[in-house]
Design a binder for this molecule. Structure first.
Ligand code: DGJ
Length: 730
């Protein structure tokens, strides 16, 4: 078993193939974190817990000297009100208004496999013995609260996940005010804080700043995980690179408000916490009830960011993304959004389909604008019935005709929204998220439905079910285009309004569950104004997520680079669009757009009628490339060779198959300079003793030459030009 407990020393040790995680039950029953890092042969680490008399740090009642203080010991789950002045993991308001909870070790169990927090997406065990779980139970005798800390260890994946369950075994009702999924203390602070920040159309840009004393946090209080901050943080040793240095990475399997925070204290130690954002959160726990948090995935790499990425990608491909889809080749789709926006009808769609079929496209996705009176973004959300002024032949017949052309069919929904003045809004104004006696803000001229209500979920489910069962629909694009304001729910009593945000997310997940249970074969692509809800929670349901509304190949370099740190390439929606690009006005070669879009689930977002005759051969090559490189890109190992964040010169990526016999190298020149420097790409991850033949030139190189000397990039590469090399072992 990869989890052990030493009764004599009261030390828990969790082992993966390459890592160990160690903590202990201390005097007074508190849990102290001892170690997370490279694999250790021993659990004998009690010596490392240094207890000293630190001035002004409180000692628990009954302490015989001044050396034991929660303010100092590295905690597994930090407490509020008992002298630990760093960030608390949990805060509970009891009936008398008191907020102290004193959680000490009660018992534990170790078992094979893992549980899943109720109603939430989570990682799963696939085979017997691929995962073991430790459930440590902490107790607060006064309130009767039990807190379960769950640690699931995936030895072969080098991953540990954590989540928490709080049970009220007391006689009083309490209010949870904060309940983090993870707390991790480090005995050092020489870390860089790495995260993925952004905005609409500029999602998941990598940022790196050194930790300083005090708190550094990223969060979302928008109701979605957000384009502004992805629920991912890595704490990397200063100087860590793609290949060197220690990196601790954390990713939160949740699609709503979150907080991730690193705090450096007076003793130069670091506390990292991650969980549901405590801002405006509370949860009533009546006697006998429980609350379960979303799960955090933890990855430790002693070999920089590349190893971290490989662990995340493999882990998500094996233990998070639906096994049904993860390795399945997704259809090359054409989406009519940038081709037509709202201005389309059945004939236009059929024309697109016919031309797309000739290109080699496999699916047509009918985007926003097919329902109600929707001819712009001011109207009709919630009215999920076909607009027969536009789809004159009816949906069933349209899909039949698309199928006859030889394409499958997908459709767009924005299930969580309602437009002012829509039929749904007129009928159920009370279903909007709103605060009584206050006006409602609009955003993209729309309101949000109260997804915490079962009747709302029922309505959306029923209307989507009717559409999806009315025709042969094989794909849904689930969009979400605004953040939440004036949050309040008519069905929750005043003292439970703090439950709204989390109940909203639970409602979204419940709708996903229902739809997928009814239509298990439908592929749902997640989307939120592009990539504003690109998180592991959505990935659990949607094996692919629209990465960004920005389809400009050059902007995509940064967006896809940042996203690739954590999320597998098979999850990233990426399309070739028309030029000048609709978001940036930039003109880039079609070849470059194709190479960049290969780094994701490939498709087109343009009117094929407007593809110039001379470009049609390039499209044919792109489609052939997608088929040829699909398995290598979707299932191989990704290496980031040149970062677009390091300079505005270029970006380069490499994929290596697991057997190391196939290699794809992509180089994109961003801006050329007069008298360009030489660029030689040193490849990574090859077998040094193998010989590789480059398809483009027929030249053969040994693995060690490719890795140590490298491949020359043509010096005259112009602005936005891309080159691609494919090598196979001979
Ligand atoms: C935002 C999405 O990201 C776009 O791709 C498109 O579907 C629009 N919404 C439609 O309103």
């Amino acid at each position: 078993m990869s989890i052990s407990y030493n009764k004599d020393t009261k030390i828990f040790k969790l082992d993966t193939k390459e890592n160990s995680y160690v903590f202990m039950v201390t005097e007074f029953g508190y849990l102290a974190h001892l170690y997370y890092g490279k694999y250790l042969q021993t659990d004998d680490l009690a010596y490392s817990l240094q207890l000293d008399d630190i001035s002004l740090s409180p000692n628990p009642a009954g302490a015989t000297d001044r050396t034991f203080s929660l303010d100092v010991i590295p905690s597994e789950y930090s407490l509020y009100g008992r002298g630990d002045f760093r960030e608390s993991s949990i805060m509970v308001e009891q009936e008398d208004g008191s907020r102290v909870v004193d959680l000490t070790y009660k018992e534990h169990t170790i078992y094979s496999g893992k549980m899943k927090p109720e109603g939430l997406p989570a990682t799963f065990s696939k085979e017997e013995n691929d995962c073991a779980t430790l459930d440590v139970v902490l107790e607060d005798e006064v309130s009767g609260l039990l807190v379960h800390l769950f640690y699931s260890v995936f030895p072969d994946s080098d991953v540990i996940t954590r989540y928490v369950k709080v049970e009220n075994h007391g006689a009083d009702t309490v209010a949870l005010k904060r309940v983090m999924s993870l707390c991790m203390d480090f005995d050092r602070c020489d870390f860089d804080f790495i995260h993925l920040h952004g905005a609409w159309a500029r999602e998941r840009h990598m940022e790196r700043t050194p930790l300083i004393h005090g708190k550094q946090q990223i969060d979302s209080i928008r109701g979605v995980s957000s384009a502004q901050h992805n629920p991912f943080v890595a704490l990397a040793e200063r100087g860590a690179t793609e290949e060197y240095g220690a990196v601790y990475a954390f990713n939160f399997i949740y699609s709503g408000n979150f907080l991730a925070e690193a705090e450096v204290n007076q003793l130069d130690t670091t506390r990292f916490i991650m969980g549901i954002h405590p801002m405006d959160f509370s949860w009533e726990l009546q006697p006998g009830s429980r609350f379960e948090t979303p799960e955090v995935v933890m990855v430790y790499s002693d070999r920089g960011f590349t190893r971290m990425t490989h662990v995340f990608h493999d882990f998500y491909r094996n233990h998070l993304i639906s096994p049904k889809w993860v390795n399945r080749k997704r259809p090359i789709l054409i989406n009519n959004w940038e081709a037509t926006y709202f201005d389309f009808d059945d004939e236009k769609l059929l024309e697109i389909a016919r031309n797309a079929k000739n290109m080699g496209v496999e699916m047509l996705v009918m985007d926003d604008g097919w329902f109600g009176e929707r001819n712009d973004d001011f109207t009709s959300l919630g009215d999920w019935f076909v607009n027969e002024k536009k789809i004159k032949c009816g949906l069933k017949r349209l899909v039949e005709q698309i199928n006859e052309i030889g394409l499958s069919f997908g459709i767009w929904f924005e299930p969580e929204m309602v437009s002012p003045g829509s039929e749904l809004h007129k009928k159920h104004p009370e279903w909007c998220v709103q605060t009584r006696n206050r006006s409602m803000s609009t955003s993209r001229s729309q309101y949000v439905l109260d997804m915490s209500r079962e009747d709302v979920i029922d309505y959306i489910y029923t209307s989507m079910e009717a559409i999806l069962s009315s025709a042969h629909i094989e794909y849904v694009k689930w969009d979400m285009n605004r953040n939440l304001t004036e949050t309040w729910s008519a069905l929750l009593p005043a003292h439970r309004q703090g439950e709204f945000w989390h109940r909203y997310v639970l409602g979204v997940y419940a709708l996903y569950e229902r739809l997928l249970a009814r239509f298990p074969e439908i592929l749902i692509e997640g989307c939120a104004s592009g990539g504003a809800r690109f998180d592991p929670g959505i990935l659990y349901y949607s094996p692919q997520i629209w990465t960004s509304d920005d389809t400009d190949a050059i902007e995509r370099l940064k967006i896809q680079y940042g996203t690739s740190l954590v999320y597998p390439v098979s999850a990233m929606g990426a399309h070739v669009s028309a030029c000048p690009n609709h978001q940036t006005g930039r003109i880039t070669p079609l070849k470059t757009r194709g190479i960049v879009a290969l780094n994701g689930t490939f498709g087109y977002e343009l009117d094929p009628l407007n593809i110039p005759e001379e470009d049609k051969d390039i499209v044919k090559i792109q489609i052939a490339d997608y088929h040829k490189y699909h398995d290598l890109i979707a299932q191989g190992d990704l290496y980031r060779l040149l970062s677009p964040f390091d300079s505005s010169d270029h970006s380069a990526t490499e994929y290596v198959s697991k057997d190391k016999k196939e290699v794809l190298v992509q180089y994109v020149r961003i801006l050329a300079k007069p008298n360009n420097s030489y660029v030689r790409l040193r490849l990574k991850g090859l077998k040094k003793e193998l010989y590789y033949r480059m398809e483009e030139t027929g030249n053969v190189y040994s693995g060690d030459v490719l890795m140590n000397v490298g491949l020359n990039i043509p010096r005259n590469c112009k602005d936005f030009e891309a080159v691609q090399f494919y090598l196979t072992a001979v």
